[in-house]
Design a protein around this ligand. Structure first.
Ligand code: ADP
Length: 828
């Protein structure tokens, strides 16, 4: 389907080209009076006679009034009358000076000179070629390609079918060609406006609507022009010709306004272009738009202000307009083929080259024309063809010379190998990551010998699929995507030698030749391995052609190989350093773990020992001596209390192990928190009494149901109470309070103990964390209690909070969601 659309377009092109050739012959056959006429005070005045014998002629005094029986008022009238006649015909012209009238027979001559025709032909061929290339190269869905194609087609019609002899070969074909011309004249601006909305990217979703409107205006204008010309030419009426001219003038205004609007639109696209590549494309367009119109102003219009003639002939001016289709075409098809920025800098120098070629071309054509004498269409085409071939032949050697000169002067940075060596090695030594190495060598290489595309591809030995790509700019990474497959083992078989395409390096350098298929569609032409040994290639450096478009010299390759070697060394160093660093962190971690282990073993054994000693001691007392029943009761209580402590400790250790393994399970049932707290206090009664603690309790409600694992909550409370006991000094009291606040229950344990420093408040919930202070020196512990409490609270969808100040005491609050709230939350 896509191919079909392209074929239809190309078929249309062929028809248009054929019609253009007909129009071209009509231009060639366009007749003119030999007289040079100017308009003065609405009269057609003779400036010079062009060799015609007019008796008593004085310049600017004689007026042409009637041509071939038609009363003429403007130069265009004369042109229109002549266009309807043949070159070589003899016609009667009435000439008036004052009141004196004389009729003179004049033979019509060709309107355009041979050079003009040749250049016009050249321009037409160029335009149509660019138009066809664009449509062939770009996918059909690329709107900018086909709007440009039709734009160029219209321009082709405009140039090849402009006012010519409209009776060649007969009136019908003349009128038909002029109708197409009218159509093209009105639609050039339409397609240009359209183009500016879709290039470089589509920018407005209502473009089609706008195009419909201006397309409609253009249609009316072309019908108006075409029909009035039909009437004027068939009736040979100057009155209808005037109507045609009015339509034509309106069309000119439409043309100018649309073109100004389009240029502004392109400026807008440039300003808001999101990507640099878009800007580069637009710069091509601007370059073309600059060369044509700028030279027109500089060489054509300004000189005419000061002298009566332009600096260059009209023919040459026409030639400069060739820049427009060329640069536009470049912009769409191969905007990245050359560096536009570079081109801007170079354009002055290359302008000289262009001038030389044009001069040669003009001299050749002019010389031949003089030699051959009378020119016919046939030999003029042959002549222009031959001149073009000769120009092309001499173009190559001149271009090489000029280029060499330009490159020497402007583009080859004269690098000193030894200085570059030292500088790059120094810089690479300071790189701390492979990333830095990649970026450094890309920038350095581009500084020394500007290359069109450079990319650095880092391989991942563990996962070969994962490659990291660094590139000097977006276009280069795009080029990497065009590589068929990054299988460089084909190109670099067990060696560290770089591989380059044959045509990209100077002859006679010993490097591996790369095959085009290895670089696929991409514009890279060389690959340099980066590795310490051949079978440990870490990365590759891909290079495109040099910007100067010169091939890589022996020195360039040696330099690139050196840089890659240094980069390889830097990468090996970075890798080693990284390994060393990770080994170091591993050993520090192990050391820390060891410390924790020994701390744990010593504290736990100490913690186990204390209650065991009391248990043993009191059991021995009971066994060996007779005690009063009260004393017995007291000792048994101590034994029971110490066993409880032991159980708690062992539970903590076991619990923590379960938490760490992730296998601690909770068994949730509805629990009354008031009852639970009372139970805890009863269980801890002995401990509290032993350490002479006073307790106070306050409950904000009679019962407070929560969903909880009863044993876990008891464990949490006991941990907090035993902490309060452990970390209290002289002021020994614990206040336990339960408050209910909307949807939460807050259970608080307040002591008047040693307190916790502010900066440690977050740390104490971490496993094994203990505050090392003098006051807490004697209190034993594992540092696991609060970590367990926090885990328990998390499991209950609650939290633990602490407030504390040194020497004044601490307050730990356990916050539980109430059952009704849980229900609500679940429901939500
Ligand atoms: P352990 O008590 O076994 O050291 P915890 O996790 O229960 O471990 O407590 C961690 C640290 O928090 C304790 O070492 C102690 O320094 C501090 N701490 C805990 N509760 C209190 C408290 N009520 N008063 C003062 N410091 C406390």
């Amino acid at each position: 389907m896509k191919g079909f659309a392209k074929k239809i377009i190309l078929l249309l092109d062929i028809i248009i080209i054929a019609l253009g050739l007909l129009g071209f012959i009509q231009i060639w056959q366009k007749p003119d009076l030999p007289l040079r006429l100017i308009m003065k005070n609405d009269h057609v005045i003779i400036l010079n006679t062009g060799g015609v014998n007019i008796p008593g002629f004085t310049a600017e005094k004689f007026e042409v009034t009637v041509v071939d029986g038609k009363q003429v008022r403007t130069k265009e009238d004369v042109e229109f009358v002549c266009d309807g006649l043949h070159v070589g015909s003899v016609i009667q012209v009435d000439i008036r000076v004052g009141s004196k009238l004389q009729t003179i027979s004049i033979r019509l001559i060709p309107f355009y000179g041979i050079l003009y025709i040749i250049i016009l032909l050249f321009l037409c061929i160029l335009i149509i070629t660019v138009a066809v290339i664009v449509i062939i190269k770009r996918p059909i869905k690329d709107k900018s390609a086909w709007t440009f194609h039709f734009e160029m087609l219209m321009v082709y019609c405009l140039l090849s079918m402009t006012w010519g002899n409209y009776i060649f070969p007969n009136l019908t074909s003349g009128v038909f060609i002029r109708l197409i011309f009218s159509f093209a004249y009105s639609f050039v601006p339409v397609f240009f406006v359209w183009f500016t909305f879709v290039f470089p990217k589509e920018k407005w979703d209502k473009t089609e609507r706008l195009i419909m409107i201006i397309g409609f205006i253009a249609m009316i204008l072309s019908i108006g022009m075409g029909y009035s010309f039909y009437l004027a030419s068939t009736s040979k009426s100057l009155l209808w010709f005037k109507v045609y001219k009015t339509w034509f003038d309106i069309c000119r205004i439409f043309f100018a306004v649309s073109i100004i609007f389009s240029v502004l639109n392109l400026g807008h696209s440039y300003k808001y272009a999101a990507e640099e590549s878009d800007r580069r494309k637009l710069r091509w367009i601007f370059l073309g738009a600059l060369i044509g119109p700028l030279l027109f102003v500089l060489l054509w219009q300004i000189p005419q202000l000061f002298t009566s003639s332009a600096l260059i002939p009209e023919e040459l001016m026409l030639l400069f307009t060739a820049a427009v289709p060329l640069t536009f075409g470049f912009s769409i098809v191969r905007y990245h083929a050359f560096d536009i920025d570079l081109l801007f800098k170079r354009s002055t120098i290359y302008g000289t080259l262009l001038l030389i070629i044009i001069t040669v071309y003009v001299i050749l054509v002019g010389g031949f024309a003089i030699l051959i004498g009378k020119l016919t269409v046939f030999n003029s085409v042959v002549l222009s063809g031959a001149a073009s071939i000769i120009s092309v032949l001499i173009f190559q050697p001149i271009q090489t010379r000029v280029k060499k000169y330009v490159d020497k002067k402007f583009f080859v940075v004269q690098y000193s190998f030894s200085e570059v060596q030292v500088e790059i090695t120094d810089k690479l030594d300071n790189c701390l990551s492979v990333h830095e190495v990649a970026e450094l060598i890309i920038t350095e290489i581009n500084k020394i010998l500007p290359i069109q595309y450079t990319a650095f591809i880092l391989f991942n030995t563990a996962e070969p699929e994962k490659k990291v790509i660094f590139a000097d700019r977006d276009e280069s990474s795009e080029q990497v995507k065009n590589l068929p497959e990054l299988r460089f083992e084909n190109i670099l078989p067990e060696s560290l030698t770089p591989a380059f395409m044959d045509n990209s390096v100077e002859k006679g350098i010993s490097i591996l030749p790369a095959k085009p298929k290895e670089f696929g569609e991409s514009s890279f032409c060389g690959v340099l391995p980066i590795g310490s040994t051949a079978n440990a290639i870490k990365a590759v450096l891909l290079v495109g052609k040099k910007r100067s478009e010169f091939v890589f010299s022996y020195e360039d390759i040696t330099l690139l190989t050196f840089i890659c070697g240094q980069a390889a060394a830097a990468i090996v160093r970075i890798d080693l350093y990284k390994n060393l660093l990770s080994e170091k962190t591993l050993s520090t971690k192990l050391k820390e773990l060891n410390e924790i282990k020994s701390f744990f073993v010593s504290t736990v054994s100490h913690e186990l020992k204390t209650p065991l000693t009391s248990i043993k001691m009191f059991s021995e007392i009971l066994r060996n001596s007779k005690q009063s029943p009260e004393k017995q009761e007291e000792y048994l209580n101590i034994i029971e209390g110490e066993s409880d402590r032991l159980t708690r400790l062992i539970n903590n250790v076991l619990d923590f192990a379960r938490i760490e393994k992730g296998i601690k399970e909770y068994n949730f049932t509805e629990v009354d928190l008031v009852l639970l707290v009372k139970d805890v206090l009863r269980m801890m009664q002995y401990q509290l009494k032993m350490h002479s603690f006073t307790t106070s309790e306050s409950y904000a409600c009679l019962e407070c149901p929560i969903l909880a694992d009863k044993d876990a909550v008891i464990e949490a409370c006991m941990n907090l109470i035993s902490n309060a006991i452990k970390y209290s000094d002289l002021a020994r009291s614990i206040q336990v309070s339960l408050e209910v606040c909307e949807d939460i229950a807050v259970l608080t344990f307040r002591d008047k103990g040693i307190g916790i420093p502010g900066e440690k408040l977050n740390e104490i919930f971490e496993p094994y964390s203990r505050v090392k202070s003098n006051a807490a020196l004697h209190a034993g512990g594992t540092g696991l209690g609060l970590a367990i409490v926090r885990h328990i609270m998390d499991a209950h969808k609650g939290r633990i909070e602490v407030q504390s100040s040194i020497g004044e005491g601490s307050t730990f609050s356990l916050i539980f969601p109430l059952i009704k709230n849980l229900g609500k939350m679940n429901h939500e």
